[in-house]
Design a protein around this ligand. Structure first.
Ligand SMILES: NC(=O)c1ccc[n+]([C@@H]2O[C@H](COP(=O)([O-])OP(=O)(O)OC[C@H]3O[C@@H](n4cnc5c(N)ncnc54)[C@H](O)[C@@H]3O)[C@@H](O)[C@H]2O)c1
Ligand SMILES: [Zn+2]
Length: 357
């Protein structure tokens, strides 16, 4: 693809993960390498790297799986494990897991003894295309997602699609939303290859190529603006309304996976793109229909508008009563810092209800 950027961070997409990991492990003292993983990945993923030279000496800590464990006590468990096993500034932490685990392990490694090197080995599609790259680390606190955290880059991210063999379909489709987002904000060609991929009969080699291009897009925005002062905001497309959907659903009996919330958020924000940036309405409708096909219908009530809007205005990225959006004037381009008022946001929610009927 002619406009795919190249990586700045050390991101390696491979189907020889043990070779790549072995090269990294060989640079560290044998007794200074630590594996951080979670209970599901301990069962499903460790066996893919346990033949790596150097692995036999490696000390391991296992955190219980699940977003509810992305919390301070889990970080404490990792800190304690590292501290009691002689980790120091020359050590390496290997994080093996989905976004929950890579956020948590990266934070623990970044903060203990003022920081040690860490490698991320993401094992879900969402973490392969998004969470493990970009340096955002942290955990949930006081009922708020990712409330505590730092930005700190891994020395490397090793991506192997064979981990995805044991991922359920909803979690695959959830990760897919972030790839779709990358296509919408950066490359029409990338969007097309995503649309052409056969999700039902997944060919992991083909998917590996698409992931490589998708993650390169994320990396290019992160490289230009690591601390999200300007252009990195492009990656927030679909997330302002998506986070509000996700937070509201969190309190209901049917919580939304992150990627589903983002897909629904993108539908509403495509409409805002039409209103604010002249994205053609025909494009909005066509993409919305496709997203509903992929993610299924999602019912929201007009009675929820006020609560949703309040969640958007309380988002840490917003000030006052207007909401700051990243929108797309056309596929492959972004317009950041688009402020929309309440009436317009409600109109976008009306469109969302209409398209779901
Ligand atoms: N740092 C960032 O930039 C960033 C970006 C997006 C999301 N995130 C974070 O990522 C998290 C969501 O990531 P996720 O969707 O990967 O969730 P997750 O890590 O909770 O994984 C989802 C489920 O899949 C299981 N799992 C993981 N790998 C598996 C495998 N190979 N086989 C079978 N089961 C496996 C997990 O145990 C879990 O039950 C959230 O905490 C979110 O805040 C961070
Ligand atoms: Zn996201």
């Amino acid at each position: 693809m002619n406009n795919t950027p190249t990586y700045h961070a050390s991101i390696i997409v491979t189907n020889e993960i043990e070779v790549e990991l072995g090269k990294i492990l060989s640079r560290y003292p044998k007794d200074k390498i630590f594996l951080v993983t979670e209970s599901n990945c301990d069962i499903f993923c460790c066996n893919m790297i346990d033949q790596t030279p150097g692995f036999e000496n490696l000390k391991k800590v296992v955190i219980p799986a699940g977003e509810e464990n992305k919390k301070l006590s889990s970080v404490e468990k990792i800190w304690l494990f590292l501290s009691q096993n002689g980790a120091d500034r020359k050590s390496l932490v290997v994080n093996l897991g989905g976004g929950m685990l890579t956020d948590l392990g990266s934070f623990a490694a970044s903060t203990i003894k003022r920081g040690m090197d860490f490698v991320n080995i993401p094992t879900t599609l969402l973490s392969q295309v998004d969470a493990s790259v970009g340096g955002k680390t942290g955990f949930n606190f006081n009922g708020l997602k990712n409330e505590i955290g730092v930005i700190n880059q891994p020395i490397s991210v090793l991506i192997d699609t064979r981990f995805l063999q044991t991922i359920d379909t909803p979690n695959i489709i959830s990760g897919y939303a972030e790839m779709i987002k990358h296509g919408l904000i950066y490359s029409k060609e990338h969007l097309e290859e995503i649309r052409n991929f056969d999700l039902k009969n997944r060919d992991l080699n083909i998917l590996g190529g698409i992931i490589a291009r998708s993650v390169a897009i994320k990396d290019s925005f992160v490289f230009r603006d690591p601390n999200e002062n300007n252009i990195r905001k492009a990656l927030n497309f679909g997330h302002t309304i998506g986070h509000a959907f996700e937070s509201l659903a969190m309190e209901s009996p049917n919580p939304l996976l992150h990627g589903y919330a983002v897909a629904y958020g993108m539908i509403a924000e495509l409409y805002l793109s039409y209103k604010m940036c002249d994205l053609p309405m025909a494009t909005v409708t066509e993409l919305s229909d496709w997203l509903i096909d992929l993610y299924g219908k999602y019912v929201i009530q007009q009675e929820s508008y006020v609560a949703l809007y309040s969640l958007m205005t309380h988002d840490k990225k917003n000030e006052g009563t207007r909401v700051n959006f990243t929108l797309i004037p056309y596929i492959g381009e972004v317009a950041i810092n688009q402020n929309c008022d309440k009436n317009l946001v409600f109109e976008a929610l009306d469109y969302f209800i209409k398209i779901n009927c």
